[in-house]
Design a protein around this ligand. Structure first.
Ligand code: RFL
Ligand code: PHB
Length: 389
């Protein structure tokens, strides 16, 4: 089989790239290790930057989002009972869109199927060959038989545990990593959100986040120990702990109910350089991970897709390779700024096991400064709504 762009991974990065290319008549085949149902069962991101919304529109998949998504003009940061409101419109001139990653992925799969574009699910043993040559190809096993997909380019959209990054020889690759000494325990519940905007809550008991998917579906997170097990957190224990970490006013308004999903995610900052090796391009979590505190993972996957899509478009339409040759440099320049913001939000709002009294005072002083400084609020707002591409 032959295609122009072989896309490894049918998560949001691979699907968005595939749909954008398809609209321009560029052929792509997606190879996905899991079933579609499995990909759609992952509850992950919830906050979309305008750049991602614009790409969804360009890909022709924004109709449902435009009908159903919530626009948030700001967010709240709290420290025990003190609250700072960050006004996105005032400081950054735009809002963010609250719409689940599950919905983004569902809309992209539907459009892909309607277009008759090919996605091959449950592939095993994907290997990328000749990425540093003019004739790359991908081999994989489907239903027990080995297959070969020849292509012009390979887009490695296969997430943090995928094969694409590891295809780049270690002698060429540099990895930067910071692992945080805690995780996030998240639940989804069919209850109305506690507040019309997200609340990022720092407290002496650790961090908590009040988020949502829609007016009837809430998403809450608690900073937890890495040794915690989901099974040992009953719904009741979760709600009790959440009430202790958020401002009293919110705790009193909180509507609780049974959880419909509960999971623990570790927190990590990670970047690999370069993001291109010959004809192989890494996109999204395959190349970088952020702790979720700044809501940036999916959004930085989208900015990679933007750079790669435009690079490929110039190659096919104008025979201009500048975009693909400079892909890694352009993508990484933005990635590192997003890494900094996510690390900063995480450092500001969590309790660290080894934290000294001095460290704590620094966090408190920074939050106090944020609450009285327009400039500091503007810096947070501009990063949160999304840096320009
Ligand atoms: P994904 O979503 O991991 O998709 C990769 C796909 O590749 C497949 N795959 C393979 N396929 C073929 N062969 C192989 N060898 C393969 N290996 C893997 C996988 O099955 C999968 O389908 O990566 P992608 O597309 O780059 O998308 C990245 C985002 O999913 C991720 O950055 C976000 O979810 C991060 N994230 C958030 N991002 C935001 O922008 N805003 C948020 O509010 C936000 N909240 C979050 C988050 C991530 C979280 N977790 C659980 C990590 C909250 C949480 C709790
Ligand atoms: C979410 O709704 O899942 C969410 C929102 C904001 C974050 C992280 C996760 O910073």
């Amino acid at each position: 089989m032959r295609t122009q762009v072989a896309i490894i991974g049918g998560g949001p990065s691979g699907l968005l790239l595939g749909q954008l290319l398809h609209r321009k008549g560029i052929d792509a085949v997606i190879l996905e290790r899991q079933t579609k149902a499995h990909v759609l069962s992952r509850i992950r991101a919830g906050v979309l930057e305008q750049g991602l919304v614009d790409l969804m529109r360009e890909a022709g998949v924004s109709a449902r989002l435009e009908r159903e998504a919530l626009l948030h003009d700001g967010t709240i940061l709290s420290y025990d009972n003190d609250q700072v409101h960050i006004d996105f419109r005032k400081h950054a001139g735009s809002a963010v869109t609250v719409y689940g990653q599950t919905e983004v992925t569902r809309d992209l799969y539907e459009a892909r199927e309607a277009a008759g574009a090919q996605t091959i699910f449950q592939v095993e043993g994907v290997e990328i060959h000749g990425a540093d040559s003019d004739a790359p190809y991908v081999t994989y096993v489907k239903d027990g038989s080995e297959q070969r997909l020849d292509c012009d380019f390979v887009a490695g959209c296969d997430g943090f545990h995928g094969v694409s990054r590891k295809t780049i020889p270690e002698s060429v690759r540099t990895e930067y990593e910071k692992v945080y000494p805690f995780g996030w325990l998240g639940i989804l519940s069919e209850t109305p959100p506690v507040n019309h905007e997200l609340i990022y809550a720092s407290s002496s008991r650790g961090f908590a986040l009040c988020s949502m998917r829609n007016p009837h579906l809430s998403r809450y997170y608690l900073q937890c120990s890495l040794s915690d097990k989901v099974e040992s957190w009953s719904d009741e224990a979760f709600w009790d702990e959440l009430r202790r970490r958020i401002p009293q006013e919110a705790a009193e308004a909180l509507v609780t109910g049974p959880s419909i999903e509960k999971s623990i995610a570790p927190l990590r900052s990670f970047v690999t350089e370069p993001m291109r090796w010959g004809r192989l391009f890494l996109c999204g979590d395959a190349a970088h991970i952020v702790p979720p505190t700044g809501a940036k993972g999916l959004n930085s996957a989208a900015s990679d897709v933007h750079y790669l899509y435009h690079g490929l478009l110039s190659h096919y339409q104008d025979k201009d390779d500048e975009g693909i040759e400079r892909y890694s440099e352009k993508a990484l320049a933005r990635v590192w700024k997003v890494e900094r913001f996510s690390w900063w939000m995480t450092s500001l709002l969590h309790r660290f096991p080894e934290q000294t009294e001095f460290d704590l005072k620094m966090q408190q002083a920074e939050i106090a400064y944020l609450s009285e400084s327009d400039v500091a609020q503007a810096a947070l707002a501009r990063n949160y709504v999304g840096l320009p591409y």
